[in-house]
Design a protein. Structure first.
Lengths: 103, 171
């Protein structure tokens, strides 16, 4: 008898707990939430409009540096090749000019 | 707008049981709404769409929290400085609950924490937001039958969790 009563009490208590949120009102967000959301949205849109040109500028700068570095390396290599050719064959011009005597 | 804010905040606080996290989620939801309003598919209502974003953000938050818990289990168990046991949000109090029901609602939220994701979502949308099952089905992208079954399973699981709490409280 006592066990049945206990069980009924337990079940009643469980049902009361399950229904304890009935008639509850919605939790109110903080008063300044709209300001914070607006700020985030503004930051997001500013971030979008600024971040893209910054990326483009960085890409352009890298490209410029690479083109410059490439041309410097190319001309340096050409220069040293020309010097090397001059040193290794000092009579090249003479040979070239000598060959014209045949005409 | 204000009504949507309340819906979002109430759903978030009921799901994550943390005031600060709920506020962050609410802000994120509205930024996402702003970002993707052009891609909003008018097949569902705006309210359903906002609820769906909110639920997804809450589940992301809960998953991240669970991951953190798993990774730093020992660090979380004890505070490194005091050596005291660290409890994870004991006694969450929903601010909208009537005073005379606050004590019982605390037990309910404690038990809700242990439910699987889907059951928790269905229970919160049904009991805290008081949405009809048809709307819940649309938000969760499942059938009404599935919502019914999830709600039944959630209630059964909650009853199982609440039983031992009753015994402990009676002692």
């Amino acid at each position: 008898m006592i066990t049945m009563e206990n069980s009924a009490n337990k079940n009643r208590w469980i049902e009361e707990v399950l229904n304890s949120t009935k008639g509850m009102s919605r939790a109110q967000p903080p008063a300044d939430i709209m300001e914070k959301i607006n700020l985030k949205i503004r930051n997001h849109s500013v971030g979008n409009t600024i971040a893209f040109p910054v990326k483009q500028w960085i890409a352009a700068a890298i490209l410029l540096v690479l083109v410059n570095a490439g041309s410097v390396i190319y001309f340096a290599a050409e220069n040293s090749k020309a010097k090397h050719e001059n040193i290794s064959n000092p009579f090249a011009t003479e040979i070239q000019s000598a060959s014209t005597y045949n005409y | 707008m204000e009504e949507h804010q309340q819906k979002v905040f109430n759903t978030a606080i009921s799901m994550v049981q943390d005031h600060g996290a709920a506020e962050d989620i609410a802000q994120d939801v509205f930024v996402t709404v702003f970002k993707s309003v052009l891609s909003f598919n008018e097949k569902s209502s705006i309210s359903t769409w906002i609820y769906r974003i909110t639920v997804n953000k809450c589940l992301d938050h809960l998953r991240a929290k669970n991951r953190q818990k798993r990774q730093g289990f020992f660090n979380m168990l004890f505070h490194s400085d005091s050596g005291e046991m660290a409890y994870d949000q004991p006694n969450f109090e929903h601010p909208g609950i009537q005073l005379e029901r606050k004590e019982k609602a605390k037990y309910l939220f404690e038990a809700i924490e242990t439910l699987p994701e889907n059951q928790k979502t269905v229970f919160v949308l049904s009991y805290m937001e008081e949405l009809p099952q048809k709307d819940i089905a649309e938000i969760m992208n499942i059938s009404v039958k599935a919502v019914e079954s999830l709600l039944q399973r959630a209630k059964n699981n909650l009853r199982k969790k609440l039983g031992p709490i009753y015994e402990k409280e009676k002692r």
